[in-house]
Design a protein around this ligand. Sequence first.
Ligand code: F6P
Length: 740
Amino acid sequence: MRFLVRLLGGIWLATLVVSAGFAYLEVREERERQIESLKRRATLVGAAVAEASERLVTRGARTGYERVLTRFGTPERGLAIYDAFGGVLGATADVRPFLGPVSPLVSDAIRRNEPVAGFHNVAGRLTWVHVVPVQQDERAAGAAAVLLDAQYLDSGEWDLWRRTAVRMGVLMLAVTGITWALVRWSVTRPIARIAEWTKQMKAGRPVAPPPDADESLFGSLASEVTGLARTLARARSAAEQEARLRLAGESVWTEERLKQFVEMRFGRRPVFVVSNREPVSHVRDGRVVRELEPASGLVTALGPIMQACGGVWVAHGSGNADREVGERVGLPSSDPAYTLRRVWLSDEEEAGYYYGFANEGLWPLCHIVHERPRFRAADWEHYRAVNERFARALLQEMEAVEEPIVLVQDYHFALLPRLVKEARPDARVALFWHIPWPNFEAVGICPWQSDILLGMLGADLVGFHTQFYCNNFLETVERAIEGRIEWDRFTVVRGQHTTHVRPFPISVAPDLGGGVRPSDRAGVLAALGVTGEFIGVGVERVDYTKGLPERIRALRRFFERWPEYRRRLTFIQIASPSRSRIARYQAVQEETREMVRALNADLGERGWQPIVYRERHHDHREIDGFYRLADFCMVTSLHDGMNLVAKEFVAARGDDDAILVLSRFAGASHELRDALLVNPYDVEDVAAAIHRAVTLPVEERRDRMSRMRTQVREHNIYGWAGLLLDELARIPRVTDRRAA
Ligand code: F6P
């Protein structure tokens, strides 16, 4: 309240000073304008009266002035005519008795033989008196006086002040009302909500932060408080989870356990991650710079690990505002736990290394989806150069760290492990390959197969999602390069160096909040413009390996075979544009759009569309909302290393009441055996799975989901990292940090 009074006091004072100042200037200007006008009128009338009375005055006539006085006099304009000695020859009746104060002016005008003017009080009223000499042979033979009533100058001034006072009063009332409302809505209420929220958090009740904490108003304070509260909430829920698990005698990996494990195994050593995709990119949106979390399973998986362990994440700075924000950024921005070190690439380098060799060469090489890989020498050169560039950045970052732990991610950096190990033999280097590894015949078509394998074997540990990919890899090595494969230990020995090859099925963070369906599902759907008793969801990057056209074909078949589900089932497809500079990606994007359009046109009815297609980037929170809304989720990749959407969906369904339709060609199908497994190429099979998804008895739905949730919880991302780091820790130490 005191704040409001002080604020209003300040506003009132400012209003008062400004309004009064302007009113004063207005009054002064108006007065000057009116005086000017008075002078002009008096001068004109004075000259006219002097001229009209000139003949009489110079003749010394004592009478005959009435005609002049009647002609020029009015009720507001008194006139008087004088002889050469200042004696009154004639005057209008209204001023005649009050001419006393005018006499000195008349004498003055006659003596100086020039007009004299000024304000005088005549008959108790403010009067402008203008006296003009009446001349004969250029000498003053008399004078004519004009007396103009100027009393209205004073009263006009008061009027103006009065009007100003009323205006000011109204303004103050309006300002008071608006300020009060604004303070209440934008300050008092949000602060009260933040206070209530903090109270709830303190009491251990995790509630969402209030939506109206305006950051532009509260500045960094709001985000600091929010960050602090989130950290507290995370710490509290991690601790609670730990305690729960301990009581239940379970040994599930958690964030806390991973932290302790890293500390125990490696001391307080930071973890170094290298990936092409950065965990957060900065994009300019008009005048603001927004943080964008990319649609990437890799980022979903490694984010929590870096938050738990801390360290440096080296990645390509690809956001259009990344350079503005900086080369090194603390993440998450609300509560930094690790550093993102950005590596800048030119358009040409990105085209050759990322779009070219990695995504037009290695990507189709490793995915068996009948897309012919393209290998260009120029792309290979860029790929090599960029791997070297990343290696330099990484070596620089870990310069001061003994025996650093390095986790290299994915097919973008096949050459990097060897480069790092050669420069820093003391580093423990793991390479995790997030996509499938095909059979040795398929790999054999790559002209640089040996360089790739030798680069990868520079690592101490090479990880794949499944044992099947490990076997494929070992077989490829056996056939393609010199080296000893120890099949019983799953290692490759080349000279002094041993590379261990192991499966580590990647996963997601377990859902601590116990995701449930929104209670107002109908309301949420209405807000999205979606209708339907049953909701299916698909979340994909638009990639030809994800089987989007095949899925739409299956949905069409479903509605044809079971028309009773028209108007009752809607499928929401979240499609995140990806690698759009590559022609094949543009083609699949076009094809998907066109198939959705055609299906909606053929089967859609007024107020219902079979597919709601949302083609844009969605952040995690939005996607989580869709997961919780859906009755079933479809992951029907034609070939996929793991597919974390499947695991994310399971983790998000704390209510256990949902079905996962999953491709048997996705790595996740090895673990999520309770999904409805399908062959994505078989339209009838997928259509039938959709039908099963919406008709399965509730108990079976729950049983299946509950078993899958247990699987994801017990084999979560912290476990993935823990087992990988454990394996890395077992590798014998090399004490000499420099290469010979
Ligand atoms: O699946 C391989 C992968 O690199 C993932 O790790 C990641 O989720 C996805 O591709 C994203 O691709 P990009 O970074 O090219 O958008």
